[in-house]
Design a protein around this ligand. Structure first.
Ligand code: ADP
Length: 738
């Protein structure tokens, strides 16, 4: 049974590493383990002494929003030697450490694997020469658990590594900023992203930033790639914008293996096309800053799972990396992780691009295909049949809706379909308020907040249906793509149900889940929920800064309608002490317990406590009620404030995750619509992201998965995170102030 665990961060720093350390430390302490923190990576492990110190509950307080790693990180040459590693083993033995959690990239995980493999040999040697205190506590085996910490997202065995999402957000927002200056001067920008041998950041950055060309190491370039790129930029300028973006991964190479330099790209484009080209190398800003909500949650889930895995360990020493695959925590042997992660580089060197892409995972190849499609498409020269496809954005607006409209419409235009936008959702369909969609205009919608088509909440009724049928006939609408939340789904269901009496309504329909609430069936995430979550987390980070000298409790109200996703994920990512969810409701006994826990927290030295309350967590125990209750019971121990975050949760440019999801769903919506039209099927499908990428589910099936009485899907994956959030945000369990 593991009783003593050490945690360290190593290699390049990555935002979210702190969240990982916090989770390991608190979960381990909660389970009664002794925890050591190793400072400065393997260098600290070799040095020992003060570099390896016990970590307590409060040592990891307040680190969640901080970028980098508070434990420090380093590259250690000493650890690469057998003598160095023997010293490291000695230092671990002296403290009786039986398990090591290493958060880092492939180099760090390789180091961890070597250490685990050599453990027995080093111990045998140390038994001969080391002092008694080392031998007395020497464990028989060392369990090693690696967590993927790298902005590059280049590790096998996980869909995402800790830090990649934050870096990607930096990239898409930098591209947004460059786009506005590029537009003013009609310039083309070449943007270089980090990622060593991995093109993930460049690829996803290009997709989310709406770039016209991308160069990644995993793609085989043909000898005339300069010409292809120049032609694509020229074409994109001709049909749309005079300003363009080219994203290049730092590891991109010529077909002969030599690196592609940004200055060389600049020269090619400037000379061939006679255009004004500028270069921006994003560099270390990609690494910095507070971690995104996703990175905090990812690191927290993996950190907790690492301790749980260690607690279940048997005699056999563990040597695994935990990752997140298809939104589930999975364990992969470190040997496989290291070998397959490194194999990508060798495959690229040998020109086996297909193998390299395969090792990057299904979604990499699919995204590369999508980016290439998006750079290729242009309005078709000949129309496909008569009539048009209508697109609307319904309900409340959600960040990423514009991205989805932009991609869906351009993909359809490329196939020759006429596309029309409907103003203000179903209201526009009732009133016959349509908007022509221009290619050029659509291109610039990729990063726009809100909804350019306009949204409205309106439940359609019998009279509305007749008017819609009339407009559909007059406008010759042959299919409808509806992007929105629950209200949009329900209106679409009414429309489909009325098709028997109003034949015009017998249309192919594609439903695209877009709402900040994340309360729709057949999808684990909806377009917009990641932006809202980040808005919440950033707001709470700011609220925490206001703690000053006072002890304060904040009751923060967040949106989400009948879904607790934003409240729970918000609590997990911000370290809030409590999340009131509509799924669980609020009862008096619970409030009593919360008041007692709050008083104890302040007595134990906390300066700020945050309770998150979903807007519909309870009809009567409102945000105001809870704040008054806490205030009344404060007995001078603390003050209480409320913060209702309201519509700021919806605002701002969509995050990278929302844009990428919207791009995938937008292109899938166009594909499904085209399929339904070609096959003459007046059916409806709903899109969802579950496990194996974006899929279309028959709309009827999707509606059945919805519990209309509660207003949320029957199964909600995120509820399994409830206990994690509760454990990690408590005050130190060792504090027992009366
Ligand atoms: P990252 O973990 O970000 O990939 P590095 O590749 O620099 O970063 O690795 C971090 C550290 O891991 C190195 O400085 C070294 O101490 C250790 N390490 C890497 N590879 C090995 C190896 N083959 N054997 C032992 N230690 C290694």
């Amino acid at each position: 049974m593991v009783r003593t665990v050490a945690v360290m961060t190593s290699g390049g720093d990555a935002p979210g590493m702190n969240a990982g350390v916090r989770a390991v430390v608190r979960r381990a302490l909660d389970c009664g383990l002794e925890v050591y923190g190793i400072h400065n990576g393997y260098e600290g492990l070799v040095s020992g002494g003060d570099a390896i110190r016990p970590l307590g509950w409060n040592d990891v307080g307040g680190i969640l929003p901080r970028g980098g790693t508070f434990l420090g990180t380093a590259r250690s040459e000493r650890f690469r030697t057998v003598e160095g590693r023997r010293k490291a083993v000695e230092n671990l033995c002296r403290r009786g450490v039986q398990a090591l959690v290493v958060i880092g990239g492939d180099g760090s995980l390789m180091g961890a694997r070597v250490l685990a493999e050599e453990w027995v040999t080093h111990c045998a040697e140390l038994r001969r020469q080391a002092s008694e205190d080392v031998c007395a506590r020497m464990p028989d085996r060392l369990h090693v658990v690696g967590l993927p910490g790298s902005i590059d997202n280049d590790l096998y065995g996980t869909d995402m590594s800790i830090g990649a999402d934050t870096a990607l957000n930096h990239i898409v927002h930098a591209i947004d900023d460059l786009t506005s200056t590029a537009a003013s001067h009609q310039r083309t920008f070449i943007v270089e992203t980090m990622g060593r041998h991995c093109g993930y950041l460049a690829l996803m950055g290009a997709l989310g930033g709406g770039a016209s060309w991308v160069l990644v190491p995993e793609e085989e370039l043909d000898l005339r790639w300069h010409q292809k790129m120049s032609r694509a930029i020229e074409r994109a300028r001709a049909i749309g914008r005079p300003h363009q973006m080219v994203v290049v991964a730092e590891g991109a190479r010529h077909p002969d293996g030599l690196p592609i330099r940004t200055e060389e790209l600049k020269k090619i484009l400037a000379e061939r096309l006679g255009i004004d080209v500028r270069v921006t190398v994003l560099g270390h800003v990609q690494r910095g800053g507070p971690p995104s909500a996703f990175d905090r949650i990812l690191a927290t889930r993996l950190g907790v799972a690492a301790v749980d895995l260690l607690l279940s360990a048997s005699e056999e020493p563990l040597c695994h990396m935990l990752g997140l695959q298809k939104n589930r925590v999975t364990a992969t042997p470190l040997s496989e992780v290291v070998e397959k992660s490194r194999a990508v580089g060798s495959h690229i060197d040998q020109g086996n691009y297909r193998e390299a892409q395969k090792l990057r995972g299904e979604s990499f190849a699919r995204t590369l295909e999508l980016v290439k499609t998006l750079t290729r498409i242009e309005p078709a020269s000949s129309p496909k049949g008569d009539g048009c496809v209508a697109i609307l954005t319904g309900g409340a607006d959600a960040p990423g809706m514009n991205t989805a409209v932009s991609i869906a419409a351009r993909c359809l235009l490329n196939e020759g379909y006429a596309v029309v936008g409907v103003r203000d959702a179903f209201r526009g369909l009732i009133a016959g308020d349509f908007q022509e969609l221009e290619w050029n205009e659509l291109t610039s919608w990729v990063n726009r907040p809100g909804s350019e088509l306009g949204t409205a909440r309106h439940d359609v009724n019998g009279r509305d249906l007749e008017r819609m049928a009339q407009n559909i006939r007059e406008r010759n609408i042959r299919g409808l793509i509806a992007i929105g939340g629950l209200g949009t789904y329900l209106n679409a269901a009414r429309l489909a149900a009325a098709a028997e009496s109003l034949p015009e309504l017998a249309l192919p329909m594609v439903l695209v889940p877009a709402t900040i609430d994340n309360n729709l069936p057949c999808t684990e995430f909806t377009i917009g929920c990641d932006t809202a979550l980040n808005n919440i987390v950033q707001a709470i980070d700011k609220i925490r800064h206001t703690a000053g000298a006072n002890r304060r409790a904040f009751v923060v109200e967040v949106m989400g309608r009948q879904s607790g996703f934003l409240a729970l994920a918000g609590a997990l990512a911000s370290g809030a002490e409590k999340a009131y969810l509509p799924e669980k409701g609020i009862c008096l006994a619970e409030l009593n317990r919360d008041v007692a826990a709050l008083q104890e927290s302040f007595r134990c030295g906390k300066r700020m406590v945050i309770f998150l309350r979903n807007e519909n967590a309870s009809r009567h125990y409102t945000t105001d009620f809870i704040a008054r209750l806490l205030e009344e019971e404060s007995r001078g121990l603390y003050q209480v404030r409320t913060a209702i975050l309201g519509h700021l949760q919806r605002g701002g440019a969509p995050t990278a995750f929302d844009r990428i999801l919207a791009c995938r769903m937008g292109s899938a919506a166009a594909r499904e619509m085209s399929l339904l039209l070609e096959q003459g099927r007046a059916e409806a499908v709903a899109l969802g992201l579950r496990g194996r990428g974006v899929e279309a589910v028959p709309f009827r099936e999707a509606l059945e998965e919805m519990d209309l009485e509660t207003g949320r899907p029957r199964g909600q994956w995120f509820l399994e995170l409830t206990s994690v959030a509760e454990i990690l945000a408590r005050h130190a369990p060792s504090c027992t102030v009366e």
